[in-house]
Design a binder for this molecule. Structure first.
Ligand SMILES: Cc1cc2nc3c(=O)[nH]c(=O)nc-3n(C[C@H](O)[C@H](O)[C@H](O)COP(=O)(O)O)c2cc1C
Length: 332
């Protein structure tokens, strides 16, 4: 049984939406490690869903659920139509991206720059909520250039919540739209966790989730004393096995998690199917490189995988050989 992330008996623990990283292959892989953590797609623009290769963009395996579909856009009608399509594909929730600081996103007036337009955000949320029967959530920053104070954040959340949005995932950094790259915007603006805690104090009836710079489940537990949920991004991708204890710690599911080797073995049928359908092994295996993160032979594992994955080998032979080599390393 998968946990309904909206059941308020449990916190909302999630792995952040990350372009190029949290695609369906990564989500399948991480689902072998944690059953209950909420997963996100990469950001997909409403326009791409409406006018692009919808099936390719949205198709996923039920095994990945619960998954939130993250949309980018600033047109309420297009967003509502895209959300509806997402609902029909079986996504668990719809999330609107209000945190992405990239210039490409800014030109289209969506992402973080929308924080300057709460009335438009509210309209987008209202239209989506009226169109789908799924939770509609927003992911945003604590502010943007010129709108950096807690007071602005408070006004933004106050206004947007009146459109019926009940869940706010807050990256605890300001996004500097002029002068910093997206990568710098994830490192340079200081983390202001206290602003997110204060939001929860000021809006106790809203669900407030915190994001930014959280690296361990112990840190997540600390944050949960002040907010309803924790989203982890880079640390989850770099060190996916970090989540092996998540089901037990946060969701009281004490079934023993798979060992790293069992996770690898469980990937064999998925890889075989992917290859059979014309996919290449490296599309999937590139997401697995962190499986032995910080273990004595973690670097050897990365090397073994990267040296071989582009040759598109037979999945079963490749994985069984990897497991055997890792066992040999451990004996040495
Ligand atoms: C490679 C990469 C891609 C990202 N793509 C998205 C995205 O598509 N949508 C989004 O809302 N945030 C995106 N982010 C930001 C993350 O969701 C998250 O807010 C940020 O990394 C801070 O959390 P962390 O410190 O736990 O990584 C991305 C981050 C990274 C590293």
């Amino acid at each position: 049984m998968k946990t309904n992330p909206l059941s308020r008996n449990v916190p909302i623990i999630s792995i952040a939406p990350m372009m190029e990283w949290t695609d369906r292959h990564f989500r399948y892989f991480i689902r072998l490690i944690t059953k209950h953590t909420l997963l996100y797609t990469e950001m997909i623009t409403a326009k791409a869903i409406l006018y692009g290769d919808t099936k390719k963009l949205l198709e996923f395996s039920e095994f990945e659920l619960p998954v939130s579909l993250q949309l980018g856009g600033d047109n309420p009608i297009q967003l509502a139509q895209a959300a509806k399509i997402g609902e029909e594909f079986g996504y668990s929730e719809i999330n609107l991206n209000l945190g992405c600081p990239s210039a490409k996103v800014k030109e289209g007036r969506f992402g973080a720059c929308l924080m300057a337009h709460p009335e438009l955000v509210a309209e987008c949320i209202s239209k989506m909520k009226a169109t789908v029967n799924l939770p509609v959530t927003v992911k945003h920053r604590i502010g943007i250039d010129g709108l950096e104070s807690y007071e602005h954040l408070w006004k933004f959340v106050n206004f947007v919540s009146q459109s019926g949005c009940e869940r706010f995932i807050v990256h605890a950094r300001v996004a500097i739209l002029e002068g910093l790259s997206p990568e710098e915007n994830r490192k340079i603006p200081p983390l202001r966790y206290k602003d997110v805690y204060k939001l929860k104090e000021d809006f106790p009836y809203l669900i407030i989730e915190i994001n930014g710079g959280i690296k361990t489940l112990e840190e997540a537990q600390e944050h949960l004393l002040s907010v309803d949920g924790v989203m982890i991004g880079r640390a989850a991708y770099e060190n996916p096995y970090l989540f092996a204890k998540a089901d037990e710690i946060f969701f009281n599911d004490i079934k023993t998690s798979l060992s790293r080797e069992e996770v690898l073995e469980a990937m064999i049928p998925y890889l075989e199917n992917h290859q059979k359908n014309g996919g290449k092994l490296h599309h999937v295996m590139r997401h697995i490189l962190g499986l032995y993160f910080a273990k004595p032979n973690g670097k050897k594992f990365r090397r073994l995988v990267t040296e071989n994955m582009y040759k598109n080998p037979n999945p079963k032979e490749f994985i069984l050989r990897l497991i055997q080599r890792m066992k040999e390393f451990q004996l040495k």
